[in-house]
Design a protein around this ligand. Structure first.
Ligand SMILES: *[C@@H]1O[C@H](CO)[C@@H](O)[C@H](O)[C@H]1NC(C)=O
Length: 196
């Protein structure tokens, strides 16, 4: 019985040490988190404890899970928000541009990457790496290696949309050289003269 009592006492002391260890655990333990068993029911906290924190001693808040700081003002995120993200609510990070995911650990390209482009961090900045026939910040611009001349616009890889009067893969052919007004007149006359 004597040994049992001794064992219980050891267990109790060990528990208290563990509890104190938990409460004061780590050198970066926030001041607002204090030992739960030193509780003064008449304690006043001014400014008051936030986010359902309990005032346990004068100006000492016991914060609810997910919050820290002297008045339990700050949400905490574990794992911590990466890449300069800010903890908005417990476990919810707000990420800086270029990063996403729960802990801002993923590189994201604003607006995404189009046409098979891949979002990758280049020197810490999110960038779309485009397939060979596309370019632009989102890989939204097609490339026409042949060039689009005479005001033509590259609308798809290798395909130019030509302005009126121009034809060909690079809008390099003058339509008027092939279909002069004279030809139109001749064609019209042929139609008019041909017997019905
Ligand atoms: C807490 O503050 C109140 C009022 O400011 C004071 O009367 C009381 O003695 C304080 N309690 C302790 C434990 O210091």
């Amino acid at each position: 019985m004597g040994s049992f009592g001794h064992g219980s006492a050891v267990f109790l002391v060990a528990s208290l040490v563990t509890l104190v260890g938990v409460c004061y655990g780590g050198s970066d333990a926030p001041r607002g988190v204090a030992m739960g068993f030193v509780f003064d029911p008449k304690a006043k906290c001014d400014p008051p404890c936030e986010h359902a924190g309990i005032c346990i001693r004068n100006n000492t808040c016991f914060c609810s899970k997910g919050y820290e700081g002297e008045t339990c003002k700050y949400a905490n995120c574990y794992p911590k928000c990466k890449n300069g993200g800010i903890c908005l609510r417990p476990g919810k990070c707000r990420c800086p541009p270029g990063y996403g995911g729960r802990y801002c650990h993923k590189v994201t390209c604003d607006g995404g990457c189009w046409n098979g482009g891949e979002c990758t961090a280049v020197n810490g900045v999110a960038k779309c790496i485009c397939p060979s026939s596309w370019t632009g910040s989102k890989c939204q611009e097609a490339l026409c290696p042949q060039g689009c001349r005479n005001g033509g616009i590259c609308v798809a890889p290798g395909i130019c949309s030509c302005p009126e009067g121009w034809l060909g893969g690079a809008c390099h052919t003058d339509v008027t050289q092939h279909f002069s007004p004279l030809w139109l007149v001749a064609g019209f006359m042929l139609c008019a003269l041909s017997p019905a």
